[in-house]
Ligand binder design. Structure first.
Ligand SMILES: *[C@@H]1O[C@H](CO)[C@@H](O)[C@H](O)[C@H]1NC(C)=O
Length: 290
């Protein structure tokens, strides 16, 4: 979000990043926010404290029980709609707010944007392929009418991306009753209500899937919001670093275009067997890798 803010700043827009502070914010999260604030003096940060859970009206708590998995970030962020609405309402008295840009976890703030008549955009921090699959998932799930984990190994076809096996889906998506999967399905069902989708990619990287999104193939029966390829936005870590990371020093010393880079995402994990297979494959390829 900070990298996107810098992009907006370069285009002459003023940016406020609204940070939701959960009652039991971890020290890791708090210090990451503190570092981002310190490293980006030109961005305005607004902290939005959430009430502790016992002050949330009982109805909301009851509704969340049983239906929502524990630590559901969507539910937590939904609670911030009221303070967000108050904050935006007061901000609107002194300035015009041209847009609200939401992370997927904050998609329920679409209600706040609608209340206040402010256009809302999605900022999708991953690439267009993952967005396209996620947007098509509710439709595919309804078509398949079974858990993806129970339908065998025949390749699945999603618009704009190469066919893939059901087992290549995130593990939560293999069980249609999985609570985490269900909240993601509902979140992506809301996305087409956004005014536009800002995707952390660039056209040359994913031309086919960007075209599929723009043609409306991923969300049949509903208009797909415009797609804006705003990437690559890569975090510098939000830290002022005077010392280059050892990996970067090594990378700089390699010939141009000679290094294979593997990135498994912030929550990527593999079984020991898979990791060994990857390591062996890399080793045998004879390529430099990071
Ligand atoms: C989905 O499958 C169930 C049986 O598992 C069946 O009763 C139902 O009619 C199916 N729905 C559709 C839309 O095909």
């Amino acid at each position: 979000m900070v990298e996107l803010s810098e992009l907006f700043l370069r285009r002459g827009l003023a940016v406020t990043v609204v940070v939701v502070v959960p009652p039991a914010a971890s020290t890791d999260a708090s210090s990451a926010v503190a570092r981002a604030v310190e490293a980006n003096p030109s961005i305005n940060f607004h902290m939005l404290p959430l009430p502790p859970p016992n002050t949330v009206p009982p109805a909301a708590v009851e509704q969340d029980q049983g239906q929502e998995p524990p630590h559901n970030p969507f539910a937590l962020l939904r609670q911030s709609n009221a303070p967000l609405r108050d904050y935006l309402r007061s901000a609107l008295q002194s300035a015009s707010v041209c847009a609200l840009v939401l992370d997927i976890f904050c998609v329920d703030a679409l209600d706040v944007a609608a209340d206040l008549g402010v256009p809302a955009y999605l900022f999708y921090t991953s690439g267009a392929s993952s967005l396209a699959v996620s947007l098509h998932m509710p439709q595919k799930q309804a078509e398949v009418n079974a858990s993806f984990g129970d339908i065998g190994d025949a390749p699945l076809c999603f618009p704009g991306v190469p066919a893939f096996r059901p087992t290549e889906l995130p593990v939560n998506a293999l069980d249609r009753d999985n609570q985490v999967y269900r909240v993601f399905l509902s979140a992506f069902e809301r996305v087409p209500a956004c005014r536009g989708m800002l995707v952390n990619t660039f056209e040359w990287l994913e031309p086919r899937v960007v075209a599929a999104l723009r043609d409306g193939a991923c969300v049949p029966g509903r208009p797909t919001p415009p797609v804006y390829c705003v990437g690559p936005l890569v975090s510098g870590g939000g830290e002022v670093q005077d010392k280059k990371h050892a990996c970067l020093v090594w990378l700089d010393a390699q010939p141009e275009n000679s290094v294979v880079f593997l990135c498994f995402g912030s929550m990527g994990s593999f079984s020991k067997r898979q990791l060994e297979a990857i390591a062996t494959g890399l080793e045998m390829s004879g390529q430099r890798f990071l």
